[in-house]
Ligand binder design. Structure first.
Ligand SMILES: [Mg+2]
Length: 216
């Protein structure tokens, strides 16, 4: 099998949850809100899956803000990606894969500007061979076309196989399985959803997934 490793971005290579916490702490400090409101915002964010318009409508109402939902969202879009750190050891691990002859790519769902900023600010963009962002390509995981674009930018084709590593059971693992990739699910402490086909491996840290690839 060719040495192609495709990775999800948020909560796989980078700690989006930690970035959100940092953003919420900044927001609370700037607006002189209660420190307990950080936890409320993290809950309301729904791990990033609550649409931002709905999220900021709730934020605006709860804190009785004068800012429009659009303004709150715009400021968040430019600031939050800058606060998202790579997971410890992730950049080094990607470099080791490259040194060992692997091609590495990112396949991510999200807005083009936000994901691009996350790639650049976290440093991930410097150590992978290519990426495909759903907002830029107008196709979302688990659609095979987004994986194919990422593979092509790595100079490879999906038909020669490879690996997909991610924390979403349906988008990352389901998507990878459809196109015949081997899969590693980053569990983040969650049980595998029983109704779905099992991934090849279930692992807690992306660095352990990289170690697995290096010894496979
Ligand atoms: Mg993810």
């Amino acid at each position: 099998m060719q040495r192609l490793a495709l990775f999800d971005l948020d909560n796989t290579l980078v700690d989006r949850a930690e970035g959100l916490r940092r953003w919420a702490e900044e927001f609370v400090a700037e607006r002189r809100l209660d420190i307990g409101d950080v936890e409320w915002m993290i809950e309301a964010d729904g791990d990033g899956f609550v649409p931002k318009e709905a999220f900021f409508t709730r934020v605006r109402e709860r804190f009785e803000l004068q800012d429009s939902v659009e303004d709150l969202w715009a400021r968040y879009r430019s600031r939050h990606p800058r606060l998202i750190p790579p997971f410890p050891g992730a950049l080094d691990g990607l470099g080791r894969l490259r040194d060992a002859g692997w091609r590495t790519g990112v396949v991510t769902n999200g807005f083009a500007d936000v994901q691009m900023s996350t790639l650049v600010c976290s440093g991930v963009g410097d150590v992978v061979d290519g990426w495909a962002i759903s907002g830029a390509e107008r196709v979302r995981k688990p659609d095979a076309r987004l994986f194919a674009i990422a593979a092509r930018r790595c100079g490879m084709t999906l038909s020669d196989g490879g690996w997909m590593i991610g924390d979403s059971a349906s988008a990352d693992i389901g998507g990878g399985q459809i196109i015949g990739l081997r899969t590693v699910w980053i569990d983040r402490g969650r049980p595998w959803p029983g109704e779905l086909q099992q991934p090849d491996h279930i692992i807690s840290e992306v660095t352990d997934a990289i170690e697995l690839l290096l010894t496979s």
